[in-house]
Design a binder for this molecule. Structure first.
Ligand code: COA
Length: 168
């Protein structure tokens, strides 16, 4: 995907260092204690469903997807998504989100969850999960646990503990 001023491409191992820098800049040391991080460290993200944004040959944003199970339902957890402060407000975040969600749908995943600000993610079809229905390995504010169905009805069926697919 290419826009007039930036392009979105698949993440590669060579991007690890700049992704780590962007993460540290956005979230600081607290990123290692977040509930979503605890799931990701059980097995890592899926590079084939993860993307970076490039602008004038610099990496200015990324989104990662992690394969999970919720109880027995296969799904993806989206995040982190970060855009460098100097490149915010150019719809780079929106293009990263739309690209990742399209890739998830192509790969036949029925559901995507994330922990984040509902006022931002609602525009991509995310809605709050009923409190207590989906459980992460550390407490999260229930208002920030969001889901987007890629197959209608999946959210009604999904419930329980979130684990990395490698731990299922
Ligand atoms: C969230 C983020 C990825 C959005 O990237 P972006 O490229 O600036 O996003 P876009 O250009 O597509 O969209 C910008 C719009 O989103 C809004 N927005 C950004 N963050 C928001 C938030 N947390 N809540 C509500 N709206 C938000 C902006 O106000 C702007 O609104 P407008 O379209 O009405 O002007 C970026 O702000 C970021 O990296 N934030 C820090 C890291 C973070 O919190 N990531 C999400 C949790 S993992």
């Amino acid at each position: 995907m290419t826009s007039s001023s930036f392009s979105i491409i698949h993440e590669l191992p060579v991007h690890d260092a700049v992704i780590e820098t962007l993460s540290a800049q956005a979230f600081g040391p607290a990123r290692f204690t977040r509930a979503a991080h605890l799931v990701r460290e059980q097995g890592g993200h899926a590079p084939a469903l993860s993307f970076i944004a490039c602008r004038e040959e610099a990496v200015v944003g990324f989104v990662r997807m992690t394969p999970i199970v919720i109880g027995v339902t296969k799904a993806l957890m989206l995040g982190p998504i970060v855009v460098d402060p100097a490149s915010k407000g150019m719809r780079i975040g929106a293009e990263l989100m739309n690209t990742a969600l399209a890739a998830a749908a192509d790969a036949q995943y029925p559901l995507v969850i994330l922990v984040g600000d509902e006022p931002y993610y609602r525009r991509f079809g995310f809605q709050p999960v009923a409190p207590g229905r989906i459980i992460l390995p550390a407490p999260v504010n229930p208002a920030r646990l969001l889901a987007r169905e890629l197959t209608a009805g999946t959210l009604q069926e999904a419930g329980g503990l979130v684990r990395h697919v490698n731990r299922a």
